[in-house]
Design a protein around this ligand. Structure first.
Ligand code: GTP
Ligand code: MG
Length: 203
């Protein structure tokens, strides 16, 4: 999809601070430092829309963005990084769960995993939880630029099997841009299921 405009809307900790739910929303989730903010920047072709950092735990609030004045993107804080102060870590789970449970315009969660790591209890719990709340999920395996083609294929099969996923994962690299068009196509597919949406341009 051609991105013609992007705006940072606001950061929020709790529902009273969320912006109006006027647009269908796509949320990006995953462990700290996995590359959530980088993926948002890559698919919107912006260097710094979502802040990225080599310091894990950089995104500590729920950040709302608007794309093409039609879709809302949400950068969720990452979970599971031990070096983040306990007080902040303790808040993450209820903050993210409340968002996922209460946000009526949420259409899809993009769960991002590092292709080199096996999913951990956090990812299992997160997926289980999304299933309970009947929230659509797309699993994206990022940082594929770090592996060879054959290693990538092996890891992809393994992660799909371990997570017992019904659909294929998407291979992605914020560094090379690989996978951007696929992510957009799948976002579009989800949005197209909403009859009241205005048309958006194709990938
Ligand atoms: P938190 O906000 O702390 O939860 O992190 P995040 O998930 O938003 O990760 P972020 O996008 O800030 O990226 C973390 C680090 O991984 C940065 O140093 C990025 O440059 C790097 N990174 C992200 N995506 C890729 C990728 O596809 N390939 C490579 N090689 N590095 C990546
Ligand atoms: Mg981030």
């Amino acid at each position: 999809m051609k991105v013609v405009s992007t705006e940072f809307i606001k950061s929020a900790l709790e529902p009273s601070q969320y912006p109006d739910g006027a647009f269908p929303e796509i949320a990006f989730a995953g462990r700290s430092n996995v590359g959530k903010s980088s993926l948002i920047n890559a698919i919107t072709q912006r260097k710094n829309l979502a802040r990225t950092s080599s310091t894990p735990g950089c995104t500590q609030f729920i950040n709302f963005f608007r794309v093409n004045k039609q879709i809302s993107f949400v950068d969720l804080p990452g979970y599971g990084f031990a070096k983040v102060p306990v007080a902040i870590r303790k808040n993450w789970k209820p903050m993210v769960e409340t968002y996922l449970k209460e946000r009526k315009v949420l259409r899809l969660v993009i769960l991002i995993l590092d292709i080199r790591r096996d999913p951990s209890d956090e990812e299992f719990a997160f997926l289980h939880w999304l299933r309970i709340y009947n929230i659509s999920v797309l699993v994206v395996l990022t940082k594929i630029d770090k592996l060879s083609r054959s290693q990538t294929a092996v890891r992809r099969r393994r992660i799909k099997e371990v997570l017992d996923l019904p659909t294929d994962t998407v291979l992605f690299s914020a560094r090379t841009g690989e996978g951007k068009a696929v992510v957009w196509r799948l976002i579009r597919e989800v949005l197209d299921r909403e009859p009241s949406l205005p048309p958006i341009s194709k990938v």
